[in-house]
Design a protein around this ligand. Sequence first.
Ligand code: SF4
Ligand code: SF4
Ligand code: SF4
Length: 166
Amino acid sequence: MKRRELFSFLSSSIKDVVREKPEERLVVRPPYYTDMSAFDIECQNCEGLCATSCQEQIIVIGEDKTPRLDFSKSGCTYCDDCATACTPDVLTLENKIKIDVDVVISQKSCMSWEGVMCFSCKDPCLEDAIDFKAMFMPTIDSDKCTSCGFCISRCPSYAIQLKEKK
Ligand code: SF4
Ligand code: SF4
Ligand code: SF4
């Protein structure tokens, strides 16, 4: 049995675990923007330069012609390429603003909070922002987390979620 299948089996065997698909409602913009309204104006006449420049392929252009992030396969390396490609300057390197969402672990969905040993989210976090208490009960340290999203696709039970910044 492959590792992911094993986690899926363990996850489905836990009663009361709430499975929630991540980021279905929240629109997450690329980093480096300062004016939210610029997406609805400048992006309308752009061919999605930011999306084609992103090597992680996490920027998708929506039906409204504005860019949003999709963390279902990868995360943001803060490589600056999207801002460099954005000639209308919706994204700029003048203010290196990070992705403006909070990343949190749902205790209802997380296998580790249900007593199953799992470190799937810990390895991809280069900031070491995910704290485990005695190898269980992980939480994300918002002071260290850069909202890069790399941990999200690694979680076999969709427990890592995006929330609007408080
Ligand atoms: S490159 Fe800039 S103007 Fe074009 S879609 Fe992306 S954010 Fe909008
Ligand atoms: S900073 Fe790089 S990895 Fe992040 S969204 Fe922009 S192009 Fe993609
Ligand atoms: S989103 Fe935060 S917790 Fe997840 S890998 Fe990135 S820095 Fe770590």
